[in-house]
Every structure is written in structure tokens, then in C-alpha cells.
Ligand binder design. Sequence first.
Ligand code: GDP
Ligand code: MG
Length: 163
Amino acid sequence: MKPTIALVGRPNVGKSTLFNRLTKSRDALVHDIPGLTRDRHYGHGLVGEKPYLVVDTGGFEPVVDEGIMFEMARQTLQAVDEADCIVFIVDGRNGITPQDKIIANRLRQSTCPVWVAVNKVEGMNASVVCADFFELGLGHPVAISASHGEGVRLLFNEILEDF
Ligand code: GDP
Ligand code: MG
């Protein structure tokens, strides 16, 4: 079965950058799924010989400030609902924010497997940065750089092992 992997996280952590990296260099965008909504993008990804569907959430930007917490929670739940696995992206240059905590709370209540990807860590000490994000209570964080490509293949290899 081809798993669906959803990218979730607050605005600006690098979801779309990662989505673009995973789906680039091939005709990867999906336009023909029934019920496709405008606040999510779907694309075909491939690790080795294993195909998967990747979902970029976060089409809620730009949005008024007081709505964003609600929107993030809603979109996170929606992603969990339709995905086989979640990649929860956080910003390794910022540390944990209140918005990260809201999303983490939602994700801890779900039975969907969750991977915490600490993004933007190029040129940083990955293990030191990742240690900060254990506090989210979602297991061992994995360091990546979506824009430089570091750690991305490793992470998706590991994720796809379970499918
Ligand atoms: P989204 O709102 O979560 O979809 O985040 P975007 O993919 O739009 O990225 C937000 C900003 O972070 C952009 O300016 C990206 O260029 C930058 N960004 C994304 N990934 C990385 C990364 O791995 N390293 C660094 N330094 N910047 C990144
Ligand atoms: Mg985006």
C-alpha cells in the first residue's frame, strides 16, 4: 500500500520547502484526488523504490492572528485523519514555540505515527539542537535541512521502513 505522509507544523518552519524537495524533478503534483481542498497540496514522492503520497498542509497562510491557533489545530487534525504517518516539522533555529506545543498536544492524542523533524539545522550541531525538542513528548527528533537536503533521505528511508 502506498502510504500518505502529511507534513504539519506552524507557518515558516519549512513544510513547503520540504514538500518541493520531495516532489521535485518529476511530474509529481496530484490534482485529481476527489475531495481535494485548497488548503493542502498533494504530491508523489519516492524513496528508493517505495512510492508514497506527501501532503503539504498550511494553506491557511496568510491569516489573521487570532485565527491561527484554531486553524493550525484544525488542519493538524485533518492531516492526522487522512494520513498514515505525520512528519511534524519544527524550526531548529527557534526552539519550541507555543504554536509548536499546541500542535504537539494534538499529535500526542492521535494513534498515527509521528516523526519530529527539526529543520534548518545546516551548519549546526544536530544532536544539541534535537535535544531541545524531546520536550515535545513525541519521541526522538530527527535533524534535517529541507533547503540543503541534509537528513531528508535518511528520514524518509526510516519512515518508509514501516510500510
Ligand atoms: P512553511 O510555511 O512551513 O511552508 O515554510 P516554507 O517552506 O515556506 O519556508 C519558510 C522559510 O524558511 C523560507 O524562507 C525558507 O527558505 C526557509 N527554510 C526552509 N527550509 C530551510 C532550511 O532547511 N534551512 C534554512 N536556513 N531555511 C529554510
Ligand atoms: Mg507553506
